[in-house]
Design a protein around this ligand. Structure first.
Ligand SMILES: Cc1ncc(COP(=O)(O)O)c(C=O)c1O
Length: 473
C-alpha cells in the first residue's frame, strides 16, 4: 500500500511501526555487515541505547543555547572530549554540527569570511587535494570559493610539490584529509602545515572519517604520521561522531585552534523583527536528540571501547588487504592507513565494475569509485566476521568476470563504465542531474543504475562509446 495523501484519521501506532519496519525490507543488509559504506553498526543493544538517549531530547532544540542549557552542556563536553582526542590546546573550541558535510561547509565559509574581513580578499580560492571529499566541492559551489586542485602522484598520494606556488593572495585555506575518502590515504599534513604556516594561510584537516579511529589506532601501537593539532599549521579539524564515533546519525563537529577564527563561522543578525539572532553553524533548529545520543555514546564506549573497535576494524582491514592482493588481477589502490580502502584491477580481462556487479548478485552492497576505477570499502569492526565470505565471493566474482567478457558491457558495469569514462563530463553531469531530479519529482521513486531507462540520442552516443572502449580491451 502506498500513502499518497494524509490519512483522514490517525492510524493505530502498532500498525504504523510495523509498516515502517516493512519499508526496510529491501534496504542493504547492514546488520549482517553486507554493506561497505553509509552505516556504522554495532548491535541492537547499541541501537536501543542511542535511541533511548536520543528520545530523551528528541524535542529539545539547540537553536538557542541559552534556553536548553542541557544541550549546551552536552555540546561543550563533546567538544572538549573531541579536542582531547585531537590533541588540542587550552584555546581549542568548536561546534557540534549535523554531519560531516555541514562541518566542511562551515570551514569554507569561515575562512572565506576571515579572508574577506582581514585581507579584503574578493575572489577567494582554496587549495584542495583531488581526493578531497565531495562536500568540499559542494562548499566551493555554495560559497563561491574556487577550488584549485592538487594532483595525485602515480601512487595516489597528494602531490604537494606545487602547493607553495599555488597559494596566492586570494587563497583562503588549504585542505588535507586524514584519511581521504576515495583510497583511505592520509595526506602529508605535517608538510602541508609547514607550507601553509609559512604562507600565513589556514590549514583545515578533514578528519570526518579519521577522528574516531586514528587516535585509537595510535594508542594501540600503530605508527601514523601526525595529522591533528600537534601539527602547528593545522588551524581546524572536522570530526564526525556519526561515523567511527558510532553515534546516531546527525552528529559531527568542527574544532578550531582559537576562538578568533571560530567567530568567522558565526552568524549574527541584530535587526530581525523576530529578535536579535545568533547561530554558530548552518542549521536553525539544532536536533537535541543527536547531541544527547552522541554524548551518551562517548560515555558508553570510552577510550577502551573505541580502542577495541579500532583493533577489530584494523584486523578486518589487514585481512581484506592481504586477501585482495592474493587474488590475481586485483590490487589495493594507494596506501590506505586507516579503515577505508579501495581496490582495482591490474588485468584487462577483469573489469572491476563487472566484479562489483557479481558481488551484488551474491548479496553484497558495493560502492564504486573512479579515476582509477575501483571498489570501495568503509570497514567497521563487525566486518571482521564476514571478511572470509567476502574474499571467497570476490575470488569467484573475478573468475566469473574473466570467463564472461560480456559482463563488462552489461548491467551496472556498462552504466558505471560510461559515467566514469565518457570524456564529455558535462553530458554525464546533465544526465545524472536529470535522473536524480526525477527521483524528487512528485511521486518520484528510487534509483537503479543497473537498469537504465530508454536512452535518448546523447545516451546512445555514450553507450556506443562504452562499447567501443570495451571492445578495445
Ligand atoms: C573524508 C570525508 N569528509 C566528509 C564527509 C561527509 O560526511 P557526511 O556524509 O556526514 O556529510 C565524508 C563522508 O563520507 C568523508 O568521508
Amino acid at each position: 500500500m502506498t500513502h499518497q495523501t494524509l490519512p483522514e484519521q490517525g492510524r493505530p501506532q502498532d500498525d504504523i511501526l510495523a509498516e515502517l519496519k516493512g519499508f526496510g525490507r529491501d534496504d542493504p543488509a547492514y546488520k549482517d555487515s553486507r554493506l561497505w559504506s553509509l552505516v556504522y553498526h554495532l548491535d541492537e543493544e547499541h541501537d536501543d541505547f542511542t535511541a533511548a538517549a536520543y528520545r530523551q531530547y528528541s524535542s529539545a532544540n539547540g537553536l538557542n543555547p541559552g534556553a536548553f542549557k542541557s544541550l549546551k552542556r552536552m555540546e561543550s563536553e563533546i567538544i572538549s572530549m573531541v579536542a582531547g582526542l585531537l590533541k588540542g590546546g587550552p584555546d581549542t573550541c568548536g561546534v557540534v554540527t549535523a554531519g560531516g558535510t555541514e562541518s566542511c561547509l562551515m570551514a569554507v565559509k569561515t575562512y572565506r569570511d576571515m579572508a574577506r574581513k582581514t585581507r579584503r580578499v574578493r575572489r577567494p580560492n582554496m587549495i584542495l587535494p583531488s581526493t578531497a571529499h565531495v562536500a568540499w566541492f559542494k562548499a566551493a559551489e555554495y560559497f563561491g570559493v574556487k577550488p584549485r586542485l592538487l594532483p595525485l602522484t602515480k601512487d595516489l598520494n597528494t602531490d604537494i610539490t606545487r602547493l607553495a606556488r599555488m597559494i596566492n593572495r586570494n587563497t583562503v585555506m588549504v585542505l588535507g584529509s586524514a584519511p581521504e575518502y576515495p583510497h583511505g590515504t592520509i595526506d602529508p599534513i605535517a608538510k602541508m602545515g609547514e607550507i601553509a604556516q609559512s604562507k600565513a594561510v589556514p590549514l583545515h584537516v578533514d578528519a570526518c572519517v579519521g577522528a574516531f579511529i586514528l587516535p585509537f589506532m595510535e594508542m594501540n601501537g600503530a605508527q601514523l604520521p601526525d595529522w591533528d593539532f600537534r601539527v602547528p599549521g593545522v588551524t581546524s579539524i572536522s570530526a564526525d561522531l556519526h561515523k567511527y564515533g558510532y553515534a546516531a546519525k546527525g552528529a559531527s563537529s568542527i574544532l578550531y585552534r582559537d576562538l578568533e577564527t571560530l567567530k568567522h563561522q558565526m552568524f549574527v543578525y541584530q535587526d530581525w523583527p523576530g529578535g536579535v539572532f545568533a547561530s554558530p553553524a548552518l542549521l536553525g533548529t539544532r536536533p537535541g536528540g543527536a547531541y544527547a545520543a552522541a554524548w551518551a555514546v562517548l560515555q558508553k564506549l570510552g577510550t577502551a571501547g573505541y580502542r577495541d573497535l579500532a583493533r577489530r576494524t584494523i584486523q578486518a582491514v589487514d585481512a581484506l588487504k592481504s586477501g585482495i592482493n592474493d587474488i590475481e588481477g586485483l590490487q589495493i589502490l594507494g596506501d590506505p592507513q586507516g579503515p577505508l580502502l579501495a581496490y582495482g584491477s591490474t588485468d584487462k580481462a577483469v573489469n572491476i565494475f563487472a566484479v562489483a556487479d557479481q558481488l551484488e548478485t551474491k548479496g553484497w552492497s558495493i560502492n564504486r569509485i573512479q579515476k582509477p576505477d575501483g571498489i570501495h570499502a568503509m570497514v567497521t569492526a563487525n566486518h571482521r566476521e564476514v571478511v572470509p565470505d567476502y574474499l571467497s565471493d570476490l575470488a569467484q566474482a573475478v573468475q566469473t568476470v574473466r570467463e564472461n567478457p560480456d559482463l563488462a558491457r552489461s548491467g551496472g558495469a556498462a552504466t558505471y563504465g560510461m559515467m566514469a569514462h565518457v570524456p564529455l563530463r558535462g553530458m554525464v553531469r546533465t544526465k545524472v542531474l536529470d535522473i536524480f531530479a526525477q527521483m524528487y519529482s512528485a511521486g518520484g521513486g528510487g534509483l537503479d543504475l543497473s537498469k537504465p531507462a530508454a536512452p535518448n540520442l546523447s545516451e546512445r552516443l555514450m553507450g556506443k562509446y562504452v562499447h567501443w572502449r570495451a571492445s578495445r580491451r
